[in-house]
Ligand binder design. Sequence first.
Ligand SMILES: Nc1nc2c(ncn2[C@@H]2O[C@H](COP(=O)(O)OP(=O)(O)OP(=O)(O)O)[C@@H](O)[C@H]2O)c(=O)[nH]1
Ligand SMILES: [Mg+2]
Ligand SMILES: [Zn+2]
Length: 325
Amino acid sequence: MAKRRLSDQQKRRLSEKRNVKLDQENSGAEEKPGLVITNFGKKVLIESEDGTQYKCSIRQHLGKLVAGDRVFWHQDQEPFTGVISQVLERKTLLCRPGFRGEIRMIAANITQIGIVVPILPGIHPDMIDRFLVASEQIDIPSFIILNKIDLVEEDDHWAAIESILEPYFELKIPIIKTSSYKDHGLDELQKMLIDQTSVFVGASGAGKSSLINSLIPDLEIRVGELSEATGLGSHTTSNSILYHLPTGGDLIDSPGIREFTPKPCSLSELEQYYHDFEPFLEQCKFSNCSHTHEPGCAITNAVENGQISAQRLDSFHRLVEEFQA
Ligand SMILES: Nc1nc2c(ncn2[C@@H]2O[C@H](COP(=O)(O)OP(=O)(O)OP(=O)(O)O)[C@@H](O)[C@H]2O)c(=O)[nH]1
Ligand SMILES: [Mg+2]
Ligand SMILES: [Zn+2]
């Protein structure tokens, strides 16, 4: 009988299995559960159940890991080092497309998204809408953190801000006004975060890390430790990092982004995520209405009658265009 030949994939799987076994035999260490704090690139910082942190290498077949991932790992001979051998199934995963079209992970196992929106240099409703879509796609709630409110004093500026935020009031998305500088809104924010695994997202410079510093009194020490470990001296967050909140729950700081695109989906799926469209969707004359030029379009009619905000329909169309590109 001819000898059975193994495919490359089978060979690779066998060698991976052997490697995991060898690691365990070499270290004599038990597999233990861990939580990913941050990903340095090649190595990952994890926390064991007793709160000790270890710098771990990752078995190649596991792919990339991100803050919030739950893993199994075992200790290495070197102090505070280990090897990750297994990633537990993610309950949720927030991703974005990278510059080269690759998928970049932002945070895993999160239960809610805090969209940090600075009132200056200006509110970008498209960014809010896109994160709202992403949170619907992974079936978790999101809320808006209107930050740096110390920068606005005149009432007319407030009127402009409130008119931009009007659709979100109507959608009953919680909006918390905050300022790290003036210690404003932090109690309310803290309450929102209790016992959740939250991620802060938003533009670079929105004040995400500053808010986290204000929420966690001894954090400056941990930031120092982490910069030493990564060798990064910059104030801009370059990797997602998980922090424990003193009031219970975890909070993930994420790198700022210029633009965000959720996972592409069909027009009919996207419509479902725009809840303000809901009362009108069945009323368009054509069942495949794109809500652009069609006669008898209930959505464009609703915009004309002030029942849907024009800004929301515009952001919807921009997303559709981007998904089709
Ligand atoms: N006026 C004002 N400025 C703030 C506030 N919070 C943060 N800043 C400033 O805004 C800038 C950016 O703050 P960061 O906390 O680094 O912003 P970030 O969102 O973490 O930025 P990335 O890590 O690049 O995504 C810094 O110069 C802060 O001093 C605030 O409440 N009010
Ligand atoms: Mg930051
Ligand atoms: Zn229509």
